[in-house]
Design a protein around this ligand. Structure first.
Ligand code: FAD
Length: 454
């Protein structure tokens, strides 16, 4: 049995940050990670030529101060997302090339409708208190409808609707009929509003990290050192008057408190004894994750740049609905990232690998030309079937959940404290939110023990 001050369950950014801050403050920790790697929903693959692809979370943006602080701590540099050239959008069978956030040459009705819908979303976001979205004046109303229902009433233009469906449904990797409007407003507000969520320059996809996310989580894990135990899925946590006993497949840890930093969608895979509070137990049954594939397609060169394209494209309803340039800072090799979410992502799970690849490359060729069909590497990551993620990108709340169970997101259950990006009031769902949640949970357990001792 390993005996420590605090046991951390999960070595994604939330768990690693909690462990690092506790260790830096002089506490002893044990971090139990189910997988044979750290990073969780971030996962950097370094290729033979020394370049890298991020198979999970990758982008950082302004206001994400806590991940930037970690980058600074571990000397990881950022570089700007490539945004030269035109973006492309295919809606209603028509192809648009444009600069900026959205095409200006959609039909006038769609353009006006899109603009007013974005303004309305931003206005509603400003009315959501970040620490307690369930206290918003209109919380009950907004939590009683789905995003799809809101779109039904506010976005009559088919083209504008298709774009917003792709953008909002894509963020939560689910059909918009599954997402509470209040949840979506809170998540967007936690980053500063819809412009930040969907934006590249100045938005959530402003920059990448030299060396990928692994350039941060790697050194964090190294600093935690032999307090980190990989391939140790936690199965059960018992708590009593003096501490917790955390049982994984190959080891048991005794600690004063535990920080559980696993995605909410799979938090109920662990048995808690005694049972958690009613609200926390039921919350675990009510925040699922969506379906998402992230596919990095590597080419000798970023050929789209030479043709005046940024690599950013949206083509709802195709096997490659969203693409973005994902090159390293040198621009060589060319890496085009395809993100497939929600119902389309689920449909891709039914295809064999060869058919999936063919469908995706055909879809890209229709947009970017024949060169798209000759990659040197095709790196698929299906987060939907990852046992220790439970889907991606984040767990979301259907209607009724935030107003009824929201306070349980951060409320400790005795000696068990909760971290994870979904529990963050600021930058909820991003890597930065995970870091913030880890810092909050570390402060919480230390404060609780100080009170206990005093
Ligand atoms: C495809 C994709 C793209 C994304 N893009 C971005 C992006 O560009 N920018 C951004 O900021 N965010 C992005 N995100 C979201 C971001 O990756 C997450 O918000 C963040 O990584 C969550 O960190 P976390 O520590 O809260 O959870 P996780 O990273 O999920 O970490 C949880 C850890 O707990 C472990 N675990 C689970 N169960 C157990 C158990 N029983 N015992 C022990 N360990 C367990 C898991 O293996 C995992 O390591 C993306 C996510 C995905 C999937």
């Amino acid at each position: 049995m390993v005996d420590v001050d605090f046991c951390i369950v999960g070595a994604g950014f939330a768990g690693l940050t909690a462990a690092l801050r506790l260790k830096q403050a002089g506490s002893s920790v044990a971090v139990l990670e189910a997988r044979d790697r750290v990073g969780g929903r971030t996962f950097t693959e370094v290729r033979d030529d020394g370049t890298w692809v991020d198979r999970g979370g990758a982008w950082v943006g302004p206001g994400q101060d806590r991940i930037y602080a970690l980058m600074h701590e571990f000397d990881a540099q950022s570089y700007k997302q490539y945004a030269g050239g035109d973006a492309m959008m295919i809606v209603d069978g028509k192809q648009y090339r444009y600069k900026g956030a959205a095409p200006r040459n959609l039909n006038p009705f769609a353009t006006v409708n899109l603009g007013t819908a974005m303004l309305e979303l931003a206005k509603m976001c400003r009315a959501v208190p970040l620490e307690a979205p369930w206290d918003a004046k209109k919380a009950d109303k907004w939590d009683s409808i789905t995003v799809a229902q809101w779109l039904d009433h506010h976005v009559p233009s088919l083209a504008a609707r298709e774009l917003l469906e792709t953008a909002i449904g894509g963020t939560y990797t689910s059909d918009t009929s599954e997402i509470s409007l209040l949840f979506a407003l809170h998540q967007m507000a936690s980053g500063g509003g819809p412009e930040f969520v969907f934006g590249i320059e100045g938005g959530s996809q402003d920059s990448r990290i030299h060396g990928g996310m692994g350039a941060v989580y790697g050194p964090m894990a190294a600093q935690i050192g032999d307090s980190l135990y990989a391939s140790q899925p936690v199965r059960r946590i018992d708590q009593d008057d003096t501490g917790v006993t955390v049982r994984a497949d190959g080891m048991t840890v005794r600690a004063r408190r535990a920080v559980v930093a696993v995605p909410i969608a799979i938090a109920s895979q662990i048995a808690y004894e005694p049972m958690l509070s009613v609200d926390r137990s039921l919350l675990h049954q009510r925040m699922p994750s969506g379906a998402v594939w992230k596919i990095n397609i590597v080419y000798d060169e970023p050929f789209w740049r030479a043709e005046g394209l940024s690599g950013q494209s949206a083509a709802p309803g195709t096997p490659a609905p969203v693409t973005i340039d994902a090159c390293t800072d040198t621009g060589t090799p060319g890496v085009l990232c395809v993100i497939v979410e929600g119902p389309t992502a689920r449909a891709l799970c039914d295809l064999d690998a060869a058919q999936r690849r063919a469908d995706i490359l055909d879809s890209l060729a229709a947009r970017f030309g024949a060169k798209a069909t000759s990659p040197v590497d095709f790196i698929e990551q299906n987060w939907t079937v990852e046992r220790y993620s439970g889907g991606g990108m984040i767990s979301h709340a259907p209607p009724g959940v935030l107003t009824e169970f929201g306070p349980a997101l951060r409320e400790p259950c005795g000696r068990i404290h909760w971290a994870g990006s979904e529990s963050s009031a600021v930058m909820c769902g991003w890597v930065d939110g995970a870091v913030r949640s880890g810092e909050r949970a570390a402060a919480e357990v230390m404060a609780s023990e100080r009170v206990a001792v005093a």
